[in-house]
Design a protein around this ligand. Structure first.
Ligand code: MFK
Length: 218
């Protein structure tokens, strides 16, 4: 057994990284519940920080002070860096948001072919003119549909394509509804669709293909 230098995953000597096994391993919480609660609270605080920072008009002195504080935190964390399978970020698969701040938190039930959830974008995700950035919306769809599949009984898969249509401006700071569904499965191919609404207004929708990973496929 050796360690993949890039990902930190344990591999049989000379064997390639196995993406399917890595996704399956993620279905177990990476630590005890107390750490999960603390980590989830920390990522929620981070989301709040990024939203306030993205909306704040700070002065030069404030920016310099913040930079110094962030640099201090970064250097404290440097010594704690681990490989991909050991990291905690995004791996709290037993909790809404999974302990990450890339996209807003949402929750979908396990084992279903479709799900609805609520989600609120903050100012960190603003593109311009108080509209949510289109890339953030696509990222939400990719994550949500991938997560719906990960929580289904189907074997692990990966996004092959994702097409997003932006139908109306997506507002920031208000609760939105998102609906995701697995529309059909053909062999290794899973076709999915999603819709993001603000009240009765469809803000965006998406269609995508996920392809089941073969055992041993990266
Ligand atoms: C804890 C979990 C957290 C979940 C939430 C997080 C979600 C985040 C999700 C991601 O960000 S995933 C990262 C973004 N995606 C990638 O990096 C994928 C990169 N691409 C690949 O790895 C491969 O291209 C892929 C696995 C998708 C497919 O390669 P394969 O070699 O397995 O597919 P193959 O060529 O055997 O094709 C299988 C079928 O799919 C079809 N196909 C593959 N790619 C396609 C494509 N792009 N468009 C249309 N069809 C496609 C292909 O034509 C064929 O159809 P048929 O069986 O009918 O002949």
């Amino acid at each position: 057994m050796s360690t993949d230098q890039q990902t930190g995953h344990a591999t049989e000597a000379g064997a390639p990284f196995d993406g399917r096994a890595a996704i399956e391993a993620l279905m177990v919480a990476p630590g005890p519940p107390a750490l999960g609660s603390a980590y989830q609270a920390m990522t929620e605080e981070l989301r709040g920080f990024l939203d306030v920072l993205a909306g704040a008009a700070i002065d030069t002195e404030h920016a310099a002070r913040l930079r110094a504080q962030l640099a201090q935190m970064t250097s404290r964390l440097r010594g704690l860096e681990v490989g991909e399978p050991q990291r905690l970020w995004g791996h709290w698969t037993d909790r809404p948001g999974r302990g990450q701040a890339l996209i807003p938190s949402y929750d979908v039930p396990k084992g279903s072919l479709e799900a609805s959830a609520t989600v609120t974008f903050g100012r960190f995700h603003v593109g311009e003119n108080m509209a949510v950035h289109g890339g953030a919306i696509s990222m939400l769809f990719d994550d949500l549909l991938g997560w719906l599949l990960a929580r289904s009984d189907l074997p692990p898969s990966r996004t092959a394509f994702l097409t997003t249509n932006f139908r109306a401006v997506t507002p920031v700071g208000v609760e939105l509804t998102v609906h995701a569904r697995i529309t059909h499965v053909e062999g290794r191919k899973r076709f999915l669709a999603a819709e993001l609404r603000h009240g009765d207004t469809v803000c965006a929708d998406a269609e995508g293909l996920w392809v089941e990973l073969r055992p041993g496929q990266p």
